[in-house]
Design a protein around this ligand. Sequence first.
Ligand SMILES: *Cc1c(COP(=O)(O)O)cnc(C)c1O
Length: 230
Amino acid sequence: MHEHVLHHILQQLRDAAHDAGRPVPRLLAVSKTQDETAVANLVLQGQDAFGENYVQEAAGKRAAMAATAAAGRALEWHLIGHLQSNKAAEAAALFDWVHTVDRPKLVAALARHRGADAPLNVLIQVNIDDEASKHGCRPDEVPALAAAIAAEPALRLRGLMVIPTPHAEPEQRRPSFRRAKALFDALAADHAGVDTLSMGMSDDFAIAIAEGATLVRIGTALFGARARPA
Ligand SMILES: *Cc1c(COP(=O)(O)O)cnc(C)c1O
């Protein structure tokens, strides 16, 4: 990838935030399926937060980054893919953030396998459009799940993550982003330290930012199309 791509995306994030009168969000570079060279390139340009969908793939990449020119840079690894409970131990040890906590069993499993000396940053994934096939808890389940997370010293509740129904027209996702922001504000009112609303991808991040995203997850627009689906 060329150097101007990261610069261009960061400029787009600033422009979208400025236009909407919102704070500039963090960029999470979604590196799933991308090779280590592509990740190292971004690290050398200053990007420090990466999103992965699979525990195994992230483990390999994280180890590879520790052994390259990028070594020594403090990187953050975020799990943004669905997490099965039987992978919770590995995920708790590997990631700095998990965006996809959506059930009490996962809260307990992650907490059990994480040391309280470096708490795991956790987002609750909400099924914001109530899609039958989707992961994420129902909006009305957020308060109880948040309380469960807040009670675990090994976990740090940071906010919410949503993936709206992928309507062909991104503008149709705006009401979902807006509902997510309202849920997020309610959560932040109840829990100190809630500061992250993870929403917006390559084709809709400007809309998500206008509606209050504090972190956007961008893959394709940064790296180009993925060679295989993930
Ligand atoms: C792949 C993925 C992204 C990035 O999507 P792009 O359209 O490539 O920007 C963001 N969030 C999640 C949960 C993903 O799985």
